[in-house]
Ligand binder design. Structure first.
Ligand code: MTE
Ligand code: MO
Length: 543
């Protein structure tokens, strides 16, 4: 037997807490592979946090962490869990049962988060958290038990090693509590738990990863047919090659991504189905992916923009989409737009991950190229961008038009239903605002005096860009930039302006005018509730 000083017992208790926490997550990962990958506690709590984040905080997170916002969130959750695990371990040293019971509280939190998300359809989603917490509570109880073996009991079966150690350790700061610890028992239990957890966690991980294999295979087999209505070839002169400018077509790998999914949904195209139903739908439709492939396909260049895009921000991209006309599908289902007496003014798209996105029926049916997209820049949709099918509607911010991983379309009214972001204080309707961005020079660049190319993009989807002007310093005149040739009114336009740069600091400002004659407003507004406005400026110092 060994008398263990408080100074050693506390860290070992904390370590026990950590091991219990690790075991909880590992077991939960394994159980989630049997239930649903998204039902694991970190994903579930992260999802619940996303759903409950105030818009201002969400916006702040997107702004500061960009597409890494989800990674930061998950690391944050892990850090908080680790902290609580340490504390529970220490508590368990004094109050063994209470410490173990504390672990169960986390199981309950995880279970509530997992079953409370919109994509949860079954109470079994609680299992990963519950089973993980039970195992962890038991483990903590056992480990703490090894640290607090009563002297009598430990003395009954002393190992020779323990006996030898006892004297050496009975030093000045030995504790008042005459309790021993079962060192061998602790080391064995702790290492066994660590090894078993690592094994369970890795197995769970690989099972979860292989779950999406069917979806990956189905995507690999897709051959997109030639569209019956191809996109007009991009006109010569629509693409500028000024160094530093955003490419006219955004490659899929560089396309911005904004969504609430901590795990990218992996939907198997061969089992994908989508219903069109609801108010005023005379002939409800149910479509398979194959049905869509066999329909008349259209191909269009459309620039997507996120409502969370700050003035000058990166959440805008232009792609060539292939899909099925949504207006055609709605007509086939017997839907009439409100202007022709239809009873439904809102089209609510639901995704497999529980997102809801509400789009005005009038916009979808007014002749613009609203589509159910299957392809992006010649490829089946990437998983991150909504495979197998997403919506794209020219002229509307993504949160009111661009549902990814879509699985249901319901016709209803704006009075009857608020979609996900609308419930979180964003506007019901949100056409994209006329905006322009300076891509080059970059903020705080130090170009050499002489001719400097100022260049960027401007967008006013479905209205079209008519003019872009640049101003050097607040008192300078507005100068017309050279506009690239227009592809379509639904795409952004690149622009450039050679500037005779003189040394010193300068502020470059851009503004666009759309085809309706509306000049991009100088009025700065936040992204909430319906998109940021204002002029984009870049400060440079010319050497
Ligand atoms: N299922 C789902 N679809 C979604 C979202 C989401 O969170 N979940 N976000 C929307 C938002 S806010 C935007 S701006 C676009 C972004 O599409 P992208 O990630 O392909 O660029 O997707 C929209 N579709
Ligand atoms: Mo968005």
């Amino acid at each position: 037997m060994k008398i263990l000083s408080r100074g050693v017992r506390l860290p070992l208790a904390a370590l026990s807490g950590l091991l219990a926490g690790f075991a909880a997550l590992a077991v939960a990962e394994l159980v989630s592979a049997a239930v649903r990958p998204e039902s694991g506690p970190v994903i579930a709590v992260g999802g619940a946090a996303i759903d409950r984040t105030p818009p201002a905080v969400k916006d702040w997170a997107i702004r500061h962490f960009g597409t890494n916002d989800k990674l930061v969130l998950q690391l944050g959750i892990l850090a908080v869990l680790a902290l609580f695990a340490l504390v529970l371990g220490v508590i368990a040293l004094r109050f063994r049962r209470a410490g173990a019971a504390g672990v169960l509280v986390f199981g309950v939190v995880g279970a509530l988060a997992a079953t409370g998300r919109a994509d949860s359809t079954s109470a079994t989603d609680a299992l990963p958290s519950v089973v993980g917490a039970l195992v962890a509570a038991g483990l903590l109880y056992v480990l703490i038990g090894r640290l607090t073996v009563s002297t009598d009991h430990a003395a009954a079966v002393p190992s020779t090693e323990d006996l030898a150690d006892a004297d050496a350790d009975a030093d000045a700061d030995s504790p008042a509590e005459e309790r021993g610890w079962d060192r061998r028992g602790f080391v064995i239990a702790a290492s066994a738990a660590a090894a078993a957890s690592a094994g369970a966690g890795l197995l769970g991980r690989s099972l979860n990863a292989s779950r999406g294999q069917g979806a990956v295979t189905s995507r690999g087999r897709i051959v997109l047919p030639r569209p019956a209505s191809p996109a007009r070839p991009i006109p010569a002169g629509a693409v500028l090659h000024t160094p530093g400018i955003s490419p006219f077509v955004t490659p899929n790998a560089d396309f911005y991504r904004v969504d609430t999914a901590l795990v990218v949904p992996k939907v198997d195209a061969t089992s994908w189905r989508m219903k069109i139903h609801g108010k005023g739908v005379g002939r409800p439709l149910e479509l398979t992916f194959q049905d869509l492939l066999e329909r008349r396909l259209i191909e269009r260049d459309i620039t997507l923009t996120c409502v969370s895009n700050e003035v000058g921000g990166p959440y805008v991209g232009n792609a060539r989409w292939i899909g099925v006309s949504l207006a055609d599908l709605l007509k086939e289902a017997g839907v009439k737009p409100p202007s022709r007496g239809g009873p439904a003014d809102q089209l609510v798209a639901r995704s497999v991950d529980g997102m809801t996105i509400g789009t005005p029926v009038e916009d979808v049916m007014d002749g613009r190229d609203a589509m159910l997209a299957l392809g992006m820049n010649g490829q089946p949709l990437p998983f991150e961008h909504g495979f197998p099918v997403r919506m794209v509607v020219p002229g509307l911010y993504g949160y009111v038009s661009a549902c990814k991983w879509i699985q249901d379309l319901e016709l209803t009214t704006f009075d009857a239903y608020d979609s996900y972001w609308v419930k979180r204080s964003w506007a019901r309707k949100a056409p994209i605002k006329t905006e322009s961005r300076i891509d080059t020079p970059k903020p705080f660049a130090r170009p050499k005096a002489g001719t400097v190319m100022i260049a960027g993009v401007a967008w006013a989807q479905h209205r079209g860009i008519d003019r872009v002007e640049v101003r050097v310093d607040d008192d300078g005149p507005w100068m017309r930039a050279d506009l690239a040739v227009e592809d379509t009114t639904d795409t952004w336009r690149q622009w450039s302006l050679p500037w005779k740069a003189t040394s010193g600091p300068h502020t470059l400002t851009v503004r666009a005018t759309d085809r309706t004659g509306q000049v991009q407003t100088e009025q700065r507004t936040q992204t909430i509730p319906d998109g940021a406005s204002g002029w984009h400026s870049v400060v440079v110092t010319v050497d």
